[in-house]
Each structure stands twice: as structure tokens, then as C-alpha cells.
Design a protein around this ligand. Structure first.
Ligand SMILES: Cc1cc2nc3c(=O)[nH]c(=O)nc-3n(C[C@H](O)[C@H](O)[C@H](O)COP(=O)(O)OP(=O)(O)OC[C@H]3O[C@@H](n4cnc5c(N)ncnc54)[C@H](O)[C@@H]3O)c2cc1C
Length: 421
């Protein structure tokens, strides 16, 4: 049976394959690339399989773009950070706004973390730039066998190794062998499905509309990252480096509304004008509508097959935790696979990977992103008032502000995971 050691026939066991000492990673997203680089730099061979090719790899939508301080430390460890900084915006401060009242509620400055990290700021740098830079590094690394334009279709495993079945650029089926297989395939992971791992959670009724605008919102008091609460139409407003510089505005949409109607250029302009009436049409440079899921895989590991990133957990983008926590999975997993390769640990250490990272996915990423949405969308005026007062109090008290930022910058989740045996 594909992917399941329990389904292997005795004949297959008896064949006693000798597997090459390498890790097969499926998916050159931020998670697959960071994992591959960390392994390769520790002298471990990697075969990295990606369905997209050189001709279309850079055609992906920008997607995630807020990189928290804890993640910047990881990018730095694998030599990626210096390539990203020039392509991004250093954003030490973020804001909470009350759209209903048209007022700034609170400003949080990562300067409070100057004794905690070398990176007391967030780097606004989109996924597409991260994968572009990381892919260049992967291409140049002798330990990475990069297979672009190669579609992973299935796999099997036994007690000693794995075989990934792929279709290569010539349309031929090929078998790639290794010691472990890691799914960095994203939310639609075939490996997760193949293993029959439940992906529990829920999907929000309302979809999120993302409009990209070339317009300078700082002239209205906004900073590079803004979370905007409103009982009828919450939003997020984020700044990205150009040219041209772009701002991304997120809005909720009615679950019953027709997609074509929502995406009409006049409808997009109307929403933006309601958000900020400038009287002049906004220069819209992109837009998309996406369905938001909150789900965590029941298991992150079955035998020699391991899930990381979106294949293991998905969440709303409010709080920018999806890609960040996926990169944290990648680095945590790299350390465990390195320890196994160096015979410093047996593969039971991969169960600790699951305990640590599943805990973070459930208790931090899911819990926090669900809370974030509730905070922005809250309708009860008394609860809104209480929430806003609490944010103000937190931002104004240096000790509370540092504690708050240690959580949003994702250090708290890492420290908690470290304490898990
Ligand atoms: C609009 C939007 C905004 C977001 N904003 C943020 C944000 O601000 N901050 C944040 O932290 N997160 C954000 N996220 C989430 C973030 O993009 C994901 O969490 C992140 O990209 C997951 O990385 P990944 O490497 O696990 O998977 P992916 O980025 O999905 O990469 C998967 C890779 O696997 C490849 N692949 C898939 N199937 C196969 C196959 N069968 N064979 C070969 N290759 C395959 C794909 O081509 C792709 O390259 C956002 C998401 C969206 C949609």
C-alpha cells in the first residue's frame, strides 16, 4: 500500500532494498526550501522535488509576506536573511486601528525586544521573493538534487527507507529513493491524504478578499502593518516593497456573494473608497479571493513520512503565522534529521518533532489566529471597548508590551516547544 509500512507485502520486505542516504523533500515552497538548505548545509544529501519549472516558478501569487523576528533568526542561520533584507521593508512598529471611530488604538514597537533578538523588527518580504532567493541557493548547493517541473504522485515506505514516484519533465515515471520523505507540498498534501491523516478543524464561511493597491497610506497615519477592527468590515493593511510599492488590504466578504460580483473592478474601487474616501480611483495592481481554513493534521509523522508547513496546518493570515510557523517546523525538523544522520539520536526524536510542532500549531497558531479574527470582527460595543482598552494598556506598559511582542514575534511558542520532552 502506498505510503504505509503496515501495507508492505512480505516480498517487498524480503527484497531488502538499500536506500541512498538522502532525504526526499516534496515542494519547493518556503518550508521545503528552508528544510533542504538547512540539511544540505549540514552535509546531508537532499532530493527536492517541485512541480513548477523555471518557466513558471516566479508566476506564483506573492502570498505570505510578514516575517517575524524568530523566523528572521532562522533565515539568518541558513544564509537567506541577507538576500531578503534588500528586497523587503524593515517594519519595527505595527498598529491596531478602530475603523468605526477612525482612531489609532495602539502602536507596538519591536524595539522592546532589542535585548531578546538581533532582529527587533518584522521584515515585510513576500513568499515569492523568499522562494526566488532560496531557490537560487538550492540550485547552487552541491548537496541538493533539485528536480523542477517534476510532479510527485505517490510513495511507499518500509522499515529502512522510502520511494517517491514522480513524473519527470519528459513525462516519464521515475522512482526516487531516500531515507525519509518530507511533505512540504502545501495544504493539499498528497502524502497527508495517502497516509489517511485527518486534517481536523473548520473553514470560515466568509472568504477573504485581498486587494493590492499602489498608493501611499502612510500619509493618513498608517504604518507598514495595520490591523483594523470594525464591527461590519474589519481589515488588514500591509505595505510591500516595489517597484511600485504596494499595499495589501484584506476585507471579509459575504459567504453567499457571487465571486464575479465581488471581483468586479467597480466593486473593488467601492470597497476601497468606503475604507478610505480619497475621491480618486485607487491604482489596483492585483486582487484575489481566498477561502480561509483553520486545520491541523492529526499526526505529523507516520514512519518515515513527515509533514511540515501547510501540509500539517493551515490558518487565517491575520497575525502572519502560517509561513512563519512552517519555517519553524522546517528548522526544527532539520535539526532532528541531522541528529539522526550523525547517529546522535534515533528516529524516536521525530516523535518529539511532532509533539513540539503540533503543540505550537494547536495552542499557538490556531488559537492566536482565531483570537485575532475575533478581535477585529467583534460586534458587541462593550466587548470592543474592553478589547481596545486592553490593547492600549498593554502597549503603554513596557513590561506588558515586551511580553505581548515575545508572543507575536513567535519566541514564546519556540520557548514552549523547547520545554516539551
Ligand atoms: C493570500 C495569502 C496570504 C498569506 N499571508 C501570510 C502572511 O502574511 N504570513 C504568513 O506567515 N503566512 C501567510 N500565508 C500562508 C503562507 O503562504 C503559507 O503558510 C506558506 O506558503 C506555506 O508554505 P509551504 O512551503 O508549507 O507550502 P506552499 O507555500 O504552499 O508550497 C508548496 C510547494 O509544493 C509544490 N507542490 C505541491 N504539490 C506538489 C506535487 N504533487 N509535486 C511537486 N510539488 C508540489 C507547490 O508547487 C509549492 O511550490 C498566506 C497565504 C495566502 C494564500
Amino acid at each position: 500500500m502506498p505510503g504505509s509500512s503496515s501495507g508492505m507485502t512480505p516480498e517487498k520486505y524480503l527484497r531488502m532494498r538499500t536506500y541512498p542516504n538522502r532525504i526526499v523533500v516534496i515542494g519547493a515552497g518556503p518550508v521545503g526550501l528552508c528544510l533542504s538548505l538547512a540539511l544540505a548545509q549540514a552535509d546531508i544529501k537532499v532530493c527536492l522535488v517541485e512541480a513548477l519549472g523555471d518557466d513558471n516558478f516566479l508566476e506564483q501569487v506573492p502570498r505570505a509576506g510578514t516575517n517575524h523576528p524568530a523566523t528572521l533568526e532562522m533565515y539568518d542561520r541558513i544564509g537567506l536573511y541577507p538576500k531578503l533584507e534588500p528586497r523587503g521593508i524593515i517594519a519595527p512598529v505595527f498598529h491596531y486601528w478602530d475603523r468605526h471611530e477612525g482612531k489609532l488604538i495602539a502602536a507596538f514597537d519591536h524595539a522592546s525586544l532589542k535585548n531578546d533578538t538581533r532582529f527587533p523588527y518584522v521584515l515585510q518580504c513576500e513568499r515569492i521573493k523568499i522562494v526566488e532567493e532560496a531557490l537560487k541557493m538550492a540550485k547552487a548547493h552541491p548537496n541538493i538534487d533539485l528536480r523542477l517541473q517534476t510532479e510527485f504522485v505517490s510513495f511507499e515506505q518500509d522499515a529502512d527507507g522510502v520511494v517517491a514516484h514522480v513524473v519527470n519533465p519528459d513525462g516519464e515515471e521515475e522512482a526516487i529513493e531516500g531515507r525519509y520523505i518530507v511533505s512540504g507540498e502545501g495544504a493539499r498534501s498528497l502524502i497527508r491524504k495517502d497516509l489517511g491523516i485527518a486534517f481536523e478543524g473548520f473553514t470560515y464561511d466568509d472568504r477573504t478578499l485581498n486587494i493590492e493597491v499602489a498608493y501611499d497610506f502612510t500619509q493618513h497615519g498608517y504604518t507598514h502593518r495595520n490591523y483594523i477592527s470594525d464591527p461590519t468590515e474589519w481589515s488588514n493593511l500591509f505595505h510591500w516593497k516595489g517597484p511600485p510599492d504596494r499595499w495589501r488590504v484584506h476585507f471579509p466578504t459575504d459567504s453567499n456573494a457571487d465571486e464575479a460580483m465581488i471581483m468586479q473592478p467597480e466593486a473593488l474601487q467601492m470597497r476601497l473608497q468606503r475604507f478610505l474616501p480619497t475621491g480618486k480611483p485607487f491604482d489596483i495592481v492585483g486582487s484575489n479571493l481566498y477561502v480561509v481554513h483553520q486545520r491541523v493534521a492529526d499526526k505529523f509523522r507516520v514512519g518515515r513520512a513527515i509533514l511540515a508547513g501547510d501540509s500539517a496546518h493551515v490558518n487565517s493570515p491575520i497575525g502572519a503565522m502560517g509561513m512563519n510557523s512552517g519555517v519553524h517546523d522546517a528548522i526544527n525538523l532539520a535539526d532532528k534529521l541531522i541528529a539522526i544522520a550523525r547517529k546522535e539520536a534515533d528516529d524516536g526524536v521525530l516523535d518529539r518533532y511532532e509533539r513540539q510542532r503540533r503543540h505550537v500549531a494547536v495552542a499557538h497558531t490556531q488559537a492566536q489566529t482565531i483570537r485575532n479574527k475575533r478581535l477585529l470582527a467583534e460586534q458587541d460595543p462593550a466587548v470592543r471597548q474592553r478589547n481596545h482598552d486592553e490593547l492600549r494598556r498593554t502597549a503603554d506598559d513596557p513590561k506588558l508590551a515586551r511580553k505581548f511582542l515575545l508572543r507575536t514575534a513567535l519566541f514564546e511558542s519556540l520557548r514552549e516547544a523547547e520545554a516539551i520532552a
